[in-house]
Ligand binder design. Structure first.
Ligand SMILES: C[S@@+](CC[C@H](N)C(=O)[O-])C[C@H]1O[C@@H](n2cnc3c(N)ncnc32)[C@H](O)[C@@H]1O
Length: 210
């Protein structure tokens, strides 16, 4: 994998975890230092760019929003400051969820593996935001189909895909197949800064569900 050698060692470990169990173990030990490390050392801005983008389209602060791969709650904090109080966070790390829980900003927090079928009815959320979670060894592009299923018609899905993950997995194919089948259509899709201090970019995407 290119462009990962300079990363702080824990980010490097998460990108190269052998499997989801190993990844879960890394986040378990990292939860208390996660925010310091990604923001101050890596210059992570995934939570800022997704929230800023989604909030320019999603005007109803009563909207039911899923923060998919919420981690310690960086996205939830921004939505909470913008008076959104109907935010559900899901993540597969209990320790990351525990940090998020202390902030008291989510209506609910659940332990969920986003690579599996999701236990939500069709057309459930007004919007899904997924920052920093479509990345190497975490959650792949197949999860987008479940996200579309549980989002209401006219709802939004806003996400980042880290550069190396974008290049390694069939995001382009799956995203354009979903456009061709009119499952969703593109509102914004651009290259954006991601881990600014490490010079790593991402794809920043906002799609509207049909
Ligand atoms: C880089 S962090 C991003 C967290 C948060 N969204 C942010 O912007 O700070 C990636 C998150 O994805 C979670 N994650 C990784 N694989 C997952 C999976 N299969 N299902 C659910 N969450 C997962 C990790 O536990 C971690 O909290």
């Amino acid at each position: 994998m290119k462009n990962t050698k300079s990363m702080i060692s824990t980010i490097y470990e998460t990108l190269h975890a052998a499997d989801l169990d190993a990844l879960e173990g890394i986040y378990k030990n990292w939860a208390s230092d996660y925010e310091h490390d990604v923001i101050n050392l890596a210059g992570y801005v995934g939570h800022l760019i997704t929230s800023d983008l989604l909030l320019t389209y999603l005007k109803n602060d009563k909207a039911k929003v899923l923060d998919a791969g919420c981690g310690t709650g960086l996205v939830g904090e921004i939505f909470h400051k913008n008076n959104f109080n109907n935010i559900e966070g899901v993540d597969f790390s209990q320790e990351m969820l525990s940090v998020a829980h202390q902030k008291n900003i989510y209506q609910s927090l659940k332990l969920v593996d986003l690579t599996k079928e999701l236990d939500y009815e069709d057309n459930w959320f007004d919007a899904i935001v997924c920052a920093g979670t479509f990345t190497c060894g975490h959650v792949g592009p197949e999860a987008l189909k479940e996200m579309v299923r549980i989002t209401k018609e006219g709802g939004y899905i806003c996400f980042t895909v880290r550069k190396q993950e974008w290049e390694a997995s069939p995001y382009m194919q799956i995203i354009s197949d979903m456009e061709l089948s009119e499952s969703w259509y593109k509102l914004v899709h651009e290259t954006a800064e991601y881990n600014v201090k490490e010079g790593v970019s991402c794809q920043l995407c906002l799609y509207q569900v049909n």
